[in-house]
Ligand binder design. Structure first.
Ligand code: PBG
Length: 333
């Protein structure tokens, strides 16, 4: 219940805004480097850092360069890095076998980071889109994205990542039943301490456009993902998905995209109190970058304000391409 307030002038709400000290004293939410998971893109080759045009400042890195990036992130105090593989059309197949190959570039990156930067937590992406000839997160049969056969493949993919040393498995595919299946497989294989951060409430969003360029899926994708990702008009369904995934053994849950879905973040946190993350996705990042490059907004201030919004909405952490820049800005402020 709202506390009673005396009428003006006994109450002057501006009093506590007078100085940085007072504003700091009454501030409810804070943003720290410990809030960030940094998504990075890994590709084949050696010594490569290749810019992604639709995500200014973001690179596709070969494994050796991803290790350097992880070192830099750990030195900045960033607690976790999330590995996404880039695959060219020639590396994609209908059976998606690359997804659970122990030596695919994502798994090689996990091993190399574990060896060189053991203090950073490593998160993965579980979905077939980065290995699928048609860019979908699941197998396609007669034009349909099939659920149960896909879940079997996702389990193999998740196990290969756990074997490589991943700390946090991130199923981003939105198939039904995958969290329970992955959890059972991890327990059975002796990976009891491997966590699952479920992309539980993931919307069919146009804000993923630049990411699909980054992972090489834009040219591959046929159709859209509306039969498995959520309809942006829905809110209650997000709660059902989150509850389902928690009951199946997810340790942490995610809402995605981020800023346009802060109402969902708040409902999820209030309803379940579980560790809740949001993904500030590629399109959100690209919009801020593009406006800043045009001189229309102050990049650093908008970056920090957008990240603070997630904390205010109840999130415990944020996946953001801004992680290193935000870590540097916070260290200076
Ligand atoms: C797919 C996946 C996507 C993102 C993360 N994992 C794209 C999609 O669902 O098409 C998007 C991330 C971003 O836009 O930054 N498994």
């Amino acid at each position: 219940m709202r506390p009673t307030q005396a009428p003006y002038p006994a109450t002057r709400l501006r009093r506590v805004r007078q100085s940085p000290a007072l504003r700091g004293l009454v501030r409810q939410n804070t943003l720290t480097v410990e809030d960030f998971i940094w998504p990075v893109f890994v590709r084949s080759g050696d010594g490569i850092e290749e810019p992604i045009p639709s995500m200014p400042g973001v690179m596709r890195r070969s494994v050796d360069k991803v290790v350097e990036a992880a070192r830099e992130a750990a030195d900045l105090g960033i607690p976790a890095i999330c590995i996404f593989p880039y695959t060219g059309l020639e590396e994609r197949t209908e059976d998606c076998a690359g997804a659970w190959d122990p030596d695919n570039h994502a798994n090689r990156a996990i091993r190399a980071i574990k060896a060189a930067v053991p203090e950073i937590a490593i998160m993965t992406d579980v979905a077939l889109d980065t290995y699928n000839i048609n860019g979908h997160d699941g197998f396609v049969e007669d034009g349909q994205i099939v659920n149960d056969r896909t879940v079997e493949a996702l389990v193999k993919m998740a196990l290969s990542q756990a074997e490589a040393g991943a700390d946090i498995i991130g199923p981003s595919d939105m198939m039904d039943g995958r969290i329970g299946a992955i959890r059972t497989a991890l327990e059975t294989a002796g990976h009891q301490n491997v966590m699952i951060l479920s992309y539980a409430a993931k919307y069919a969003s146009a804000f993923y456009g630049p990411f699909r360029d980054a992972v090489g899926a834009s040219g591959a994708l046929t159709g859209d993902k509306k039969t498995y990702q959520m309809d942006p008009g829905n809110s209650d369904e997000a709660l059902r998905l989150i509850e389902r995934d928690l009951l199946e053994g997810a340790d942490m849950v995610m809402v995605k995209p981020g800023l346009p879905y802060l109402d969902i973040c708040r409902r999820v946190k209030d309803s379940f109190g579980a560790p809740t993350f949001a993904y500030q996705v590629s399109g959100e990042y690209a919009m801020i970058k593009a406006a800043a490059q045009n001189g229309w907004i102050d990049e650093e201030r908008v970056m920090l304000e957008s990240l603070m919004a997630f904390k205010r909405a109840g999130c415990d952490g944020i996946l953001t391409y801004f992680a290193p820049a935000a870590a540097r800005a916070l260290a200076q402020s």
